[in-house]
Structures are given as structure tokens and as C-alpha cells.
Design a protein around this ligand. Structure first.
Ligand SMILES: Nc1ncnc2c1ncn2[C@@H]1O[C@H](COP(=O)(O)OP(=O)(O)O)[C@@H](O)[C@H]1O
Ligand SMILES: [Mg+2]
Length: 208
């Protein structure tokens, strides 16, 4: 049996990832596909603790880009080894709300950490593990943040300056351009249109 697919949804805060997941789940259910859903950072007891640590607003301590990066990879490897790979081995599809592309875009683009630090860490930790398909929901940060603000309180990363998100978006687009397993979706369209495009790509890609 071929390994069950790992599909990831990516994008800035408020891009519509959680909303889009609903359309992906509907497609999976229509096709009677067994799946689990994950989120990053998080998804195991320890990784959820790391999520809380990295998102907490800290008045008296600067969180270094390097510490942030390492927490993201610690969380990710816990999730891959304890949840994603075991699910795939049982034939369950895995649908991820964020994955490695987030670190490359946020810590690489937003924080400006060089590839000479990120790439060796990625290689050592992921050992070639990657999603079968990634949907990147592209949105101007001011629109995404407006939506996220309307949804509720912002965390430490969501409170960053606009340049941080502009650089993050640029890195997302740059990486997507050089990887045909990353599909760019215009997230300014109405949610139903985004959902239809995702479902059409799933049908095309997985020939259901
Ligand atoms: N395509 C869309 N157009 C307008 N509003 C949207 C769209 N997709 C999601 N929203 C709304 O924007 C907010 C953030 O969406 P959400 O799915 O939580 O984004 P994310 O998970 O990427 O942060 C929610 O209130 C949601 O209803
Ligand atoms: Mg979300």
C-alpha cells in the first residue's frame, strides 16, 4: 500500500487556513477517506506546551529568533514521529494546519534567519520528510491581520510589525515559486471560491 498523503495548509494569520480546512475535510468525507488533523506548532502534549511557550507575550525577556526557530523544530519533530508517521502507516491521511513552510517563511523571511542556519537544521530534523501537497493561501498581511483581529486577541507573533509579515509573505511566495508541490491560492476571494479551488486541486492531484 502506498503511504497515505500528508496535506498542509499554509498562510499568514487570518488568511483563512482554519476555514479552508473545513472544505478539505468535506472533500475527504465525500470520498470516504480516513484522516487526522494536526496543527503546528503543537499536536502532541509536549508540542502543545512548546506552542504555549512560543506564543506567550513576554514583557521582560526578548525571545531570540534562534530560540524561536529551535522550538518550532522541536515541536515539529515530536509531531512527525509521534503522530504523523504513525497515522500514515495506518493508512490515514494527515491534514496539517501549518508545517515546515511556516518556519521557512516566518523565521527565515520574517525574522531574517539565514538559510545557512535553517537548512542544516531542517535537513537534520526532518530527514527528507515533507508534505505531498501544500496549499499556500496568499493574502496581503493588512487584510489577514484585520480578519484575525476581528476573530480575537493576538498572540506574541501576531503582534509583530507589518514589515515582519510583509517579509514573511515574500518568503512564502519565493519558496512556492520554486516548488511545484506548493499551490498558491488567492485568499482574498470569497471563502466558498477558495474552498472550491482546494477541492478541485485535491481531485486533480489525487485523481478521485
Ligand atoms: N475567504 C475569506 N474571505 C473573507 N473572510 C474570510 C475568508 N476566509 C476566512 N475568513 C474569515 O476570516 C477570519 C480568519 O479566518 P481563519 O480561517 O481563522 O484564518 P487562519 O486560520 O488562517 O488564521 C475568520 O473570521 C473567517 O471567518
Ligand atoms: Mg487558524
Amino acid at each position: 500500500m502506498q503511504k497515505a498523503p500528508f496535506i498542509v495548509i499554509e498562510g499568514l494569520e487570518g488568511a483563512g487556513k482554519t476555514t479552508a480546512l473545513g472544505y478539505i475535510k468535506a472533500w475527504l468525507e465525500q470520498n470516504s477517506i480516513d484522516y487526522i488533523q494536526t496543527r503546528e506548532p503543537g499536536g502532541t502534549p509536549m508540542a502543545e506546551q512548546l506552542r504555549d511557550l512560543v506564543k506567550a507575550i513576554r514583557d521582560n525577556e526578548k525571545v531570540t529568533p534562534e530560540a524561536e526557530l529551535l522550538i518550532m523544530y522541536a515541536s515539529r519533530v515530536q509531531l512527525i514521529e509521534n503522530v504523523i508517521k504513525p497515522a500514515q502507516a495506518e493508512g490515514k491521511w494527515v491534514i496539517g494546519d501549518r508545517h515546515d513552510l511556516s518556519s521557512r517563511a516566518y523565521q527565515g523571511g520574517g525574522r531574517g534567519i539565514s538559510d545557512s542556519l535553517i537548512e542544516p537544521i531542517r535537513k537534520a530534523v526532518l530527514k527528507g520528510f515533507e508534505p505531498d501537497l501544500t496549499f499556500y493561501l496568499d493574502i496581503p498581511p493588512e487584510i489577514g491581520l484585520e480578519r484575525a483581529r476581528a476573530r480575537g486577541e493576538l498572540d506574541r507573533i501576531e503582534l509583530e510589525q507589518m514589515t515582519f509579515f510583509t517579509q514573511t509573505r515574500a518568503k512564502y511566495l519565493e519558496i512556492a515559486q520554486s516548488d511545484d508541490k506548493i499551490k498558491v491560492i488567492n485568499a482574498q476571494q470569497p471563502a466558498e471560491i477558495v474552498g472550491q479551488q482546494l477541492q478541485a486541486l485535491l481531485t486533480e492531484y489525487f485523481k478521485r
